[in-house]
Design a binder for this molecule. Structure first.
Ligand SMILES: [Zn+2]
Ligand SMILES: [Zn+2]
Length: 256
């Protein structure tokens, strides 16, 4: 697998860091997006890809910094903007069971109908593990919004775990730490500095405590608000976890 960072930032406009979005490429020719924040589709173009190249989307939750390009995608699908007559777009979107309602509201607000030739097919990840094209997908609830989920994606003996956004409790530390245990890449949010312990995001200390349990081969951090970027993120985390910490940047490529 190969992970490319399309957006390492937040909802705060930043020329260097787009809101969250990641491209995951499998060597069976399938490609996935982990979240689809605003600018994700354009970032794909910068990498020489279009939405035609995407087979799966894993949507962690509905906050606009993670989901806004879904509206652009629906517009593409409905109007066949990239239509390739031989191979219309067919994307499977994996998310919580709450997605169906969210989707219906989006369609109603923006389009009025879903009768497009190109397709977005929803699959709930709340009914147990999913196996598709030799890719195994699992998920757990995290502490952010009701629909927030973290994903574990396994393929050919390699594992990537994506936290989405999450707050911290002792329970989340154990649950998320164990969910990501032994992963090759743990893509984990690190939104705020240690001055803040918000209920819906992590800071370097709480990231460190989760990594202490998970012990991934590589911890790839994202979702940096401006204040945390001015602090010693790695130094703080090193008190708990001495592995490979990568502070992700847009367009960074990481082999898994
Ligand atoms: Zn969020
Ligand atoms: Zn977010």
């Amino acid at each position: 697998m190969k992970l490319t960072v399309l957006g390492s930032g937040t909802s705060i406009p930043d020329l260097k860091r787009n809101p969250p979005g990641f491209l995951l490429e499998f060597d069976n020719g399938k490609n996935a997006l982990l979240d689809i924040g605003p600018g994700t589709i354009n970032r794909l173009l910068e990498l020489g890809k279009t939405i035609n190249d995407i087979n799966y989307i894993f949507l962690s939750h509905f906050h606009p910094d993670h989901s806004l390009d879904l509206i652009s995608l629906l517009f593409v699908l409905k109007n066949n903007i990239y239509l390739n007559e031989d191979k219309p777009i067919e994307i499977i979107l994996f998310s919580s069971s709450e997605f169906e309602n969210f989707y219906k509201n989006l369609i109603q607000t923006f389009y009025g109908s879903t009768d497009a030739k190109e397709k977005l097919i929803f699959k709930s990840i709340d009914n147990g593990d999913i196996n598709i094209e030799n890719i195994k997908i699992s998920s757990i609830k995290v502490k952010h919004k009701d629909e927030s989920r973290a994903f574990r994606i396994e393929y050919k003996g390699k594992t990537i775990v994506y936290s989405g956004d999450t707050g911290y409790t002792e329970d989340i530390k154990d649950k998320l730490g164990n969910f990501a245990k032994g992963s090759d890449i743990f893509l984990l949010e690190c939104a705020f500095s240690d001055k803040y312990l918000p209920s819906v995001h992590l800071n370097p200390t709480t990231v460190g405590k989760i990594l202490e349990i998970a012990k991934p081969k590589k911890a790839v951090l994202f979702h940096f608000y401006p204040k945390v970027q001015k602090t010693d993120i790695k130094g703080t985390i090193n008190k708990y976890y001495n592995g490979n910490i990568i502070l992700s940047e847009d367009k960074m490529e990481i082999e898994i």
